[in-house]
Design a protein around this ligand. Structure first.
Ligand code: GLU
Length: 370
């Protein structure tokens, strides 16, 4: 198995078995598969939809409203119910889960992006399984009648956040067909897609169904985003026996979207993409060697000078004592804070600042060498 870090997106129809309630049997089956992969030391992040349906189930028979605030109410009620179910299913495997509610707005903000990334990375390091959903209660920007959030696209953003090797989108369709299989009996399943061209996007169409938010359209959007940031994507039928194991082992299943870019390359591109750097750190030769040859994070002792005004989460460049650029990355401390702790031992950060975000001025995960 060459996939080490995997994001698995579970659609509403999958965890409800296409009904109006959570389907514990279907969820157990999926959790068992995930636990098996965890035992093989695969790092996993789940992105699970289903809060709204779970809320409807919990509330029982009340007059249904179609408006968005009501859906937000249902999500608030149901998220808890859904997480409780996951909690007890993972407990049977003695595995710890973490609720991670994100909005796309959080992620488009640098600090939000950094905080979410650091939290998810730390959870993975601890061997915990994060379960992500959109924070529907506050997610307003994406909401219109057709599109209340969209966990397909969210799963692609999460794959980018954690540098996932593979994103598996499980739903009630087997993958991408040459035409809508419900309308056209000669539609064929595509087993692999090398590049998401306009023709491919056209094949996906705009199909949606009653309970799920996205159709194939949002899945292809997600596949496009994820493959562009170096993550391979598989869209497959979630009820297929051992679907995750098969996907991980390269069995012919669903539709596989390959990526032609490495995660490192794409992170570098992302870090360098038209974002003006807000400041510069001049580092000593020891730190240059550590960064370039030992792949370490940038720590306070190696920093000689802080230039410019930057906030935590801003992109900054790193230069050697001659002023030549060696790297760029996301600052974990503001320029003011960095000035106070430069040249010092990481142990004294707390004392110097009264707060701390870890030992690193730039974590190696957020660093692109030039
Ligand atoms: N966040 C929604 C829920 O949990 C689902 C969004 C989606 O399926 O894309 O119910």
């Amino acid at each position: 198995m060459h996939y080490r870090r995997v994001v698995v997106k579970l659609g509403t129809n999958l965890i409800t078995g296409g009904t109006d309630t959570l389907n514990v049997e279907a969820m157990t089956n999926l959790v068992n598969q995930i636990a098996n992969l965890r035992r093989k030391k695969i790092e996993l992040v789940l992105v699970s939809s289903g809060a709204i349906t779970a809320g409807r189930e919990k509330l029982g028979k009340v007059k249904e409203r179609k408006d968005i605030p009501y859906k937000q109410v249902l999500a608030a009620i149901g998220q808890n119910h859904m997480m409780n179910t996951y909690e007890s299913l993972f407990k049977a495997h003695e595995m710890t889960i973490a609720q991670t509610l994100l909005t796309k707005t959080d992620l488009s903000d640098r600090q939000g992006y950094l905080n979410a990334r650091n939290t998810l990375m730390a959870l993975l390091e601890l061997g915990v399984v994060p379960i992500v959903n959109e924070n529907d209660v506050v997610a307003i920007d994406e909401i219109d009648e057709l599109k209340f959030g969209d966990n397909d696209n969210l799963s692609a953003m999460v794959s980018n956040l954690v540098d996932a090797d593979l994103l598996i989108i499980l739903s009630d369709v087997a993958g991408l067909y040459t035409a809508d299989p419900e309308m056209n009996p000669s539609a064929e399943l595509l087993h692999s897609v090398d590049k998401i061209t306009p023709e491919i996007e056209k094949m996906a169409g705009k199909t949606r169904n009653k309970r799920a938010t996205g159709g194939m359209g949002t899945k292809i959007e997600a596949a496009k985003k994820a493959t562009a940031s170096g993550t391979t994507v598989i869209i497959a039928y979630g009820q297929e026996t051992d679907v995750l194991e098969k996907a991980m082992n390269g069995k012919k299943i669903g539709t596989l979207f390959s990526t032609n870019t490495s995660k490192l390359e794409s992170r570098k591109r992302w870090l360098l993409s038209g974002l003006s750097s807000k400041g510069r750190l001049i580092i000593d030769n020891g730190a240059v060697v550590a960064l370039t040859q030992q792949n370490t994070s940038l720590l306070p002792p190696g920093i000689m000078e802080v230039q410019g005004n930057f906030k935590r989460g801003d992109i900054i460049t790193i230069a050697n004592s001659n002023g030549s650029k060696v790297a760029c990355g996301i600052a974990n401390y503001s320029s003011q804070d960095t000035n106070k702790i430069k040249g010092q031992n990481s142990d004294s950060i707390m004392e110097a600042l009264g707060h701390e975000y870890g030992d690193e001025i730039i974590h190696r995960n957020n660093l692109a060498m030039l």
